[in-house]
Design a protein around this ligand. Structure first.
Ligand code: B12
Ligand code: SF4
Length: 476
């Protein structure tokens, strides 16, 4: 049977990898994972892989992983002892930016869902088939050519897939010891926000099946019970984009959850999908925390540029209802959006203050290739360069746009916590953002992130500190 090792740089559970691992293991193959920042300081991934001699090394990547992962792939390709090992990439970045097949060290990429494609590849290896140039969803380099195979239909029924394989992640204490365990209840999202992958995927997979597909509520409950029995947890986090989208699904799920699981949970949500009835149902079933995208407080940017489709009135109404039902909430914000002015950036801050958000997740805008907004930035000559946009390498990277006020707005992104907790300080912040970025700004930004983690995962202070120290680069 074929042997595969996934490589990841920082410690978080990727559902994609868990699903792939579970599926190919069910076909008899062997899968392992290494998380680089959880290994010893002198750990050498190439030497480790050369000792292990896997048939395939896999990277599941978003754009922020492009740089480190392709640098490592290049080193793998140069190692003689790994000459027979294939290097394959999958995930959001190769799906939206398939030109990365041309990168050195990349033998193959998977566009879209990988369960069947990866199983076919590993079966080939197992049977000694050397020509992989016809596997659907796979782009492969062969004899100096790139074979771009067609896409296969989307998986219709996720209930038929094995539960995600958490074992490969839970060998690492930082993930196993988390008292919150995460679950994914659906794939896809029906909205068309211009900065997100979903409108691109909707077009890419048009005609290949239903794009938004829910698992049966009973099946998700079964998985939660299985995880409780196998690993234990104190809280549950429902991480899919569409937890609150389909109200009949949600009500059925919450009814079962209350009866059969009954532990506090947190979830993602979308403001236009929340009303008093749904919020009451969530609270009754034990929801203690939710997070949703505000992205921008400016109507021009939120509804015009980003196509979010949510009014100020609705945002304030939902915030008041969440407070009424004692559900804490975090607001996602994106700063340094294309054409954003300083006043518009402050509108974002003011909106969070008016909503009395418990916390914020504040990021700097990045234009991801394939998105409508990437095209907007390109057409309006706002990109520093295409190469820079494809190689952002930090979770909270600097802006990759050239436009006025980037410095001030990027500084504001780091100081949101002060504005939220002490709005009278906002005039002072207006002056402070003119200074160069410094360790104080970075420190406030990190504290903001830690508060968000603490709230979502209900961490105690000691647990939070432990997680911070063990996660190293994760917060860097
Ligand atoms: C859950 C989630 C997270 C989780 C887990 C991330 C992860 N990498 O899995 C957390 C909270 C950690 C996270 C963080 C971030 N995320 Co996120 N996240 C998502 C979300 C909502 C769902 C991903 C998911 O689990 N889907 C379900 C699984 C089953 O699907 P999948 O991951 O696509 O995997 C399938 C295929 O892609 C393929 N596949 C995947 N990997 C591989 C590998 C191989 C070898 C093969 C063969 C196939 C294959 O097979 C899988 C099974 O079919 C997506 C949106 C979306 N719908 O994709 C955004 C998304 C992936 N995130 C995004 C971003 C920007 C981020 C952050 C940078 C945000 C930030 N500033 O903090 C960080 C980056 C972290 C990182 N290094 O990946 C962007 C990525 C855009 C881009 N071009 O890079 C997305 C697409 C949302 C968006 N804005 O458009 N995220
Ligand atoms: S609602 Fe969220 S997941 Fe859905 S398209 Fe918009 S940003 Fe993407």
């Amino acid at each position: 049977m074929a042997k595969m090792i996934f490589v990841q740089d920082v410690a978080f559970e990727a559902f994609g990898v868990e699903y792939l691992s579970a599926y190919v293991k069910s076909k008899g193959h062997t899968v392992d994972l290494i998380i680089l920042n959880q290994e010893k300081n002198n750990f050498n991934p190439v030497a480790y892989l050369a000792d292990q001699k896997p048939d395939v090394v896999g990277f599941s990547i978003t754009t922020i992983d492009h740089q480190w992962s392709t640098a490592l792939a290049k080193k793998i390709r140069q190692e003689e002892r790994l000459a027979g090992t294939l290097v394959i990439f999958g995930g959001a970045h190769p799906t939206m930016s398939p030109s990365m097949i041309e990168d050195d060290g990349v033998d193959m990429i998977c566009v879209g869902e990988g369960e069947y494609a990866l199983a076919e590849l590993l079966d080939h290896i197992d049977k000694g088939v050397r020509d992989h140039s016809t596997i659907k969803n796979i782009y492969v380099k062969k004899d100096g050519h790139v074979f771009k195979n067609e896409l296969r239909p989307l998986i219709e029924n996720y209930d038929l897939l094995p539960f995600p394989d958490r074992d490969i992640y839970f060998k690492y204490p930082i993930l196993r010891d988390m008292t919150t365990k995460k679950f994914f209840s659906a794939r896809g999202c029906p909205y068309h926000c211009t900065y997100c992958n979903n409108h691109y995927y909707q077009k890419l997979f048009a005609g290949l099946g239903k794009y938004v597909v829910y698992r049966r509520p009973e099946h998700v409950i079964e998985e939660i019970k299985y995880v409780r029995q196998k690993y234990g947890f104190k809280h549950v986090y429902l991480a899919a984009e569409t937890v609150t989208t389909n109200h009949p699904w949600l009500k059925k799920f919450l009814e079962l959850y209350k009866k059969e699981i009954a532990v506090p949970f947190s979830c993602l949500s979308r403001v236009n999908e929340l009303d008093e009835d749904i919020i009451k149902n969530l609270a009754d079933a034990g929801c203690y925390f939710t997070s949703f995208g505000l992205e921008s407080g400016s109507d021009r940017l939120r509804n015009g540029l980003l196509k979010r489709g949510m009014s100020r009135e609705k945002l304030l109404e939902v915030a008041a209802l969440l407070h009424k039902y004692k559900i804490k909430f975090l607001v996602h914000q994106i700063f340094a959006l294309p054409t954003e002015t300083i006043e518009e950036a402050f509108e974002t801050v003011h909106m969070c203050v008016r909503m009395k958000a418990d916390s914020t997740w504040s990021t700097i805008f990045q234009p991801y290739k394939g998105t409508e907004i990437y095209q907007y930035c390109k057409t309006n000559n706002l990109l520093v360069s295409e190469e820079v946009s494809e190689n952002v390498n930090s979770l909270y990277a600097q802006s990759t746009l050239k436009q006025p006020h980037i410095k001030e707005i990027s500084n504001l992104q780091k100081l949101v916590l002060i504005c939220l907790k002490c709005p009278v300080a906002i005039p002072l912040i207006r002056a402070a953002i003119k200074l160069p970025n410094n360790i104080f700004f970075e420190f406030i930004s990190k504290i903001n992130m830690l508060i968000s983690f603490r709230l979502r995962y209900r961490l105690g202070y000691v647990e939070m500190l432990g997680m911070y120290l063990r996660s190293k680069k994760r917060f860097g």
